[in-house]
Write a protein that binds this ligand. Structure first.
Ligand SMILES: Cc1cc2nc3c(=O)[nH]c(=O)nc-3n(C[C@H](O)[C@H](O)[C@H](O)COP(=O)(O)OP(=O)(O)OC[C@H]3O[C@@H](n4cnc5c(N)ncnc54)[C@H](O)[C@@H]3O)c2cc1C
Length: 476
């Protein structure tokens, strides 16, 4: 098939989360026939919203991070009401006390027992001397943390919490995770300031967001409607089962809905589904090692326990991180605090997040077991004392967080190398780039993928520019 005739064929977009919808929205707006394939019965992916007992249920409330660019415009364009900018309020519970998130070390030092604070400083100095006398590369999350914070602070704030979240010891987690998540924290600088020095300006985190009153999913529902209005198709409860190739290009995609299969001729594919699933579809174009590497890029699953409490509100924070080792859940949030109106009156909902492995004991635990665990955690801080707990509901997400185990960089490099050999396939979004990205960045990469496909760009250039990991992967 000639490339020009392929331009008359539909582009297939895999996945109907924020990224897939953005790609399909842009393509259909530009007059390109687009068919979006989504396995779930609704769009929005892990940023979708459902409604239960007058509450909005999300995979943890999803606030849109304002970054003042064309993706903000896209979000606003897909919402009719006002989207007021708000400031994030996030807390961390450490040794029974509440601190701001991101962590402010001076606040922590003030709140901790002075002997423990002195130990943190001493440990930090010991670590600094040890690593300058015996230099060691950042070969794991643990080494990265010990070098920069010393053992006591590292364990208190990052070490054991990370093991709980990722399900593997921090010595087996890639230092990439630390450098992407924690690089803005700088204990050395704080200590210099405490000793009267000038130090450097602390880098700031984004803290402004917008959040529609109906929940974030309304934006993605609207995008799906507009794709259809522009002549595109959004097919729910449908999965891709195979790609067909002509030379190295995808010429058609077979999809399945229920018992029925259909093969759709395709001019190109934008995939936002997990790389492990995309790898299978690309066989035999990916070599054995490339396909195996894609299969090893696994995600951590997430279980969320939503509990309705008979109280108007129980906190003012949007999220509270549970860092101490006695907690089992990572964090909880009170969705009502995000909404413009305090509704419904007299009731509030807490959502507890717990990471697990897909199909493991936690994943398969009953609603009753998970609810009991969540109430035990919240009981440790006495937040619900004397309050009536009403209903609960559990939701689960199979692909919540990419696991950056030590071999992941090699696997990602091999996967991108294989995918780069298919010129009319672009893999984008959080799942498609194996990134811990927010909605904004996931959507932005999908917009770039749509542009890349329309302009016949080399996918390798797209991966270089849109994956912060790819350019520095060895050999890429
Ligand atoms: C607990 C949690 C809280 C978060 N909070 C925020 C927040 O407050 N703000 C923020 O900006 N970001 C937040 N994020 C990140 C945000 O959820 C993601 O950035 C965003 O959803 C990524 O969009 P995506 O389309 O790339 O991927 P996804 O949302 O994962 O969408 C992928 C889609 O592909 C579909 N799919 C998968 N496999 C197949 C298949 N084989 N066939 C067809 N379809 C398939 C899925 O059903 C899904 O709809 C949070 C993430 C988590 C886990």
């Amino acid at each position: 098939m000639k490339v020009d005739s392929a331009k008359q064929l539909p582009i297939i977009v895999l996945g109907g989360g924020p990224a897939g919808l953005t790609a399909a929205f842009d393509l259909s707006r530009q007059g390109r026939k687009t068919i979006l394939i989504e396995k779930a019965p609704l769009v929005g992916g892990i940023s979708s919203s459902r409604y239960w007992e007058n509450f909005i249920v999300e995979y943890g409330p999803h606030t849109y991070h304002v970054k003042q660019d064309d993706i903000d415009d896209l979000v606003r364009e897909n919402y009719d009401g006002e989207l007021a900018i708000k400031k994030r309020v996030t807390n961390m519970l450490i040794r029974g006390k509440t601190y701001d998130y991101p962590l402010k070390f001076w606040q922590l030092f003030r709140g901790l027992n002075p002997f423990f604070s002195a130990r943190i400083v001493a440990d930090f100095l010991v670590s600094s001397i040890r690593f300058s006398l015996f230099p060691r590369p950042d070969d794991s999350f643990e080494t990265w943390g010990l070098k920069r914070f010393g053992r006591s602070l590292y364990q208190l704030c990052f070490g054991q919490y990370s093991e709980r979240v990722w399900g593997i010891p921090p010595s087996e987690i890639s230092p990439r995770l630390a450098s992407s998540k924690l690089h803005k924290l700088n204990l050395k600088d704080i200590l210099i300031k405490l000793l009267g020095g000038r130090g450097q300006e602390q880098a700031t985190y984004w803290d402004e967001f917008i959040y529609p009153e109906e929940g974030i999913g309304i934006i993605f529902n609207r995008m799906a409607e507009r794709i259809a209005l522009a002549g595109g198709e959004v097919r729910l409860e449908t999965v891709p089962v195979g790609f067909h190739f002509r030379e190295n290009r995808i010429s058609a995609v077979t999809v399945r809905r229920g018992d029925g299969e259909e093969t759709i001729p395709a001019g190109g594919v934008i995939s936002t589904i997990p790389l492990s699933e995309l790898g299978k579809l690309c066989r035999p174009r990916l070599s054995g090692p490339e396909s195996a590497a894609a299969g090893d890029l696994k995600n951590r699953a997430l279980v969320l326990v939503n509990i309705i409490i008979a109280a108007d509100r129980i906190s003012r924070a949007h999220w509270v991180y549970l860092l101490d080792p006695e907690f089992r859940f990572n964090r909880f949030c009170e969705q009502k605090n995000l909404l413009l109106e305090n509704k419904p009156p007299g009731k509030t909902m807490l959502t507890f997040e717990l990471c697990c492995g897909y199909g493991d004991k936690i994943w398969n635990a009953s609603e009753e077991e998970l609810r009991t665990m969540a109430l035990e955690d919240i009981g440790r801080i006495g937040l619900l004392d004397g309050l009536e707990v009403e209903k609960s509901m559990v939701t689960r997400s199979k692909d919540a967080y990419p696991i950056y185990g030590l071999p992941f960089e090699e696997n990602l490099k091999l996967t991108f190398r294989g995918l780069s050999g298919i010129p009319n396939l672009f893999s984008a979004g959080r799942q498609g780039l194996f990134l811990n990205s927010d909605m904004h960045d996931s959507m932005k990469s999908a917009r770039e993928a749509a542009r890349g496909l329309l302009e016949d760009r080399d996918p390798k250039d797209f991966y270089r520019e849109n994956s912060p990991l790819f350019p520095s992967l060895p050999g890429s």
